[in-house]
Every structure is written in structure tokens, then in C-alpha cells.
Design a protein around this ligand. Sequence first.
Ligand code: ADP
Length: 398
Amino acid sequence: MKILSVNAGSSSLKFQLLEMPQEEVITSGLIERIGFADSIFTIKVNGDKTRDVKAIKNHSQAVSIVLDALIDLKIVNSYDEISGVGHRVVHGGEKFNDSVLINKQILNEIERLKDLAPLHNPANLTGIRAFHEILPNVSHAAVFDTAFHQTMTKEAYLYPVPYTWYEKYGIRKYGFHGTSHKYVSERAIELLGKGVKGTKIITVHIGNGGSITAIKDGKSIDTSMGFTPLAGIMMGTRSGDIDPSILPFVMEKENWTINDAIKALNKDSGLKGISQKSSDMRDIVKGVEQKDEKCLRTLHLFAKKVCDYIGSYYILLGGCDAIVFTAGIGENSEPARKAIVDRLGSLGIILDEEANKVMGEEKLISTKDSKIKVYVIPTNEEVVIARDTLRLINQCTE
Ligand code: ADP
């Protein structure tokens, strides 16, 4: 059964066609710069990448181009071969604790939730509508980034602010990257091989954005991102947690509006802000190799912020069976992982320096004597989307 996994951004459309339940990737691709004269369409089939630059007006046209390419490249003979389309949706609020098949009512709910994710949900909706227009008879599923974290209790998700903010406006921690934390924790539970009950896992998703999750018995019990993805650890360009009183102070000094200040925290902080060089960990690591002071302070601040959460989640979980590194930095950066794990000696963790050289592959990177297992597990959000879509289609036809 062929399932299309889709992630629509405001000017981009990422897709992967998978043969399910085998989870084989048949083709994958990306359209960037939708709405520009020089949109870029990339598609990968059997390891060969084709790239085309042309004007793509809107998401509907982008979807037509993707589906036409599937026919032209003889990946499918007709659209009927596509059994389902799974759409990534960033915010599911408190309404969605699992993926759902999309109907009119679900579309309205996602629309309503745009208040909580004004940049992301409207873009996700545009993608859903564009695919639905061309594939009206196919099952479409929405897979929410927040759903996995809906198992958090009030103790984990409430902020100590007036309770009426929660009641009136839904101000609480939602958490993000849920599909990734779910995927890598499920895989870690398989690798630990003692069943899901009683497992205590800390997943460290560190890419350009980053979040850490405490997972007990396979369920998220706390996570570092919050009401928005700005909270938690230090990221590529985002600050993570800071004292909110810094905002009015700097706004007054710089004569800034609140939008200027939030932009500075989202776009000019994190690795970029501290290094004054780059938001990309590869550049920071290069600087560290040359003993550049700015890059050294950036790597160590980053590692400290990650460890603050790991330590706190170790206490929350009452121990830990495994720490899992994933996403761009977690999967690929030997020095970043080392800087983090070197701070965790008091938990009895011992890094296997040779194994830690791994890039983009699943691997145990702690030694046999380490009290906690440390894994690198490449994330695969597309597979989670396809799995959930298949499960919902099967439930529907049962
Ligand atoms: P996003 O959050 O945008 O999905 P990714 O998970 O793709 O991001 O991670 C992108 C980031 O991963 C890059 O900005 C870079 O900092 C980091 N990264 C990727 N490859 C490496 C590498 N080999 N060494 C260090 N960092 C890397």
C-alpha cells in the first residue's frame, strides 16, 4: 500500500512516498520557494536526484507538480495507487492526543488552532486543502507535533501564572517534535528489549530547533519546549528559557517593539547569538578545533543547557535506562555529543569514544560499564506519519 507523507510549510512542501507496511521509501522530494519565480523542485528516485527551477505559484500547483512527477517518472501508473496521505500538523492543542483522519470538522478544528500556531497551522492547512482538491477520494490523516506530549500531567504542563490564563487562553506547555520523540523512544524501547512497562528514557532531539523529552512507560511525561517552540534548551537561533524580565529591559534600552524583541529571541539568539558567527553546529565545531573562544563558549553553554534538562528529567523519571540522541546535531556531531555526555559522569555514564564517531546511523555509544545506555538513533518523522495514516485507514475499514 502506497502512502504519501507530507510536510507543508509556508513556502515549502516536503514529501515522501512509502510502501507500507514495509516502510520502504519509494521516492522523496521537496519544493522550496513556493510563490517565487525561481521555485526549486527536487525529487529523488533510486538514489538519483533531479532538480528543476521554475515558477510555482501556490501550493495547489506544487501538489500537481509532485503528483505529475510520480506519473511521469513511472513511480505510479495512476493516482488510485496512492492509498493515503498523512499530513504533518504542528499544533493540535488539547484537542488532539493522537493522529486523526481528516474531515470537514477536523479541518475546522485545525483552523481554530491557528491562534496557537499562527505561522505553522495555516501553512499545514494549505497543504491539506491542496492535496484534498486533487485526491478527493483518498484518506487524509493529520499527524500532530504536539499529540505525543498530551500525556503530560497538569504538574508538567501548567505554568505558575494566573490560572485564568490557562482557562481563558489555553496558556500551558504543549511541547513539539512529538513524532520524533515518539519514533526514537519506540526504537530505544525495542533495543532495550525488556518491554515498554517500566522503561525510563530521555530523548534529546537537537537539530536547528531542539527539545528534550522524559518518557516513562513509552509516554511523554515532560518536555522542554513549551507554549511555543521558543522555550527549553538553547537552539540554532532561539534562546530557549530566559528570564522574561529581560524583554522589557532590552526593549527600553533599544527602543524596540515586542515584535523586535521576540524576533531577537527567535532569530538572533542561541548558537548564533552567543558565537556571533553561525547558527550551524558544524561552524561552531570548526571554530572549537581552532580554539576560537567564541565557539568554545557556545559549545559549552549549549552542552550545559542540554544537561540541565537531562539532570532534571533523570530525577523526574526516578532513574534512566537510555538517553537517545537524534536530529541534525544529535545524529552527526561527535564533539557536541561528547561535550554533553562528558558532563554526565555523576550519573555513571561512560562514553565509548570510538562508537561516538558515528554519523547518521543507529549505534550504542556508551560502554558496557556505563550505568545508562546512550544511543544515536536517526529520527524518521515521515515513517511515523505513514504508520499513523496506515493505522487509521485500517481502523476505518475494519
Ligand atoms: P531542523 O530542526 O531544521 O529539522 P535538522 O535536524 O536538519 O534541523 O538539523 C540541522 C542542524 O544540524 C544544522 O543546523 C547543524 O547545526 C546540525 N548538523 C548537521 N550535520 C552536522 C554535523 N555533521 N556536525 C554538526 N552539526 C551538524
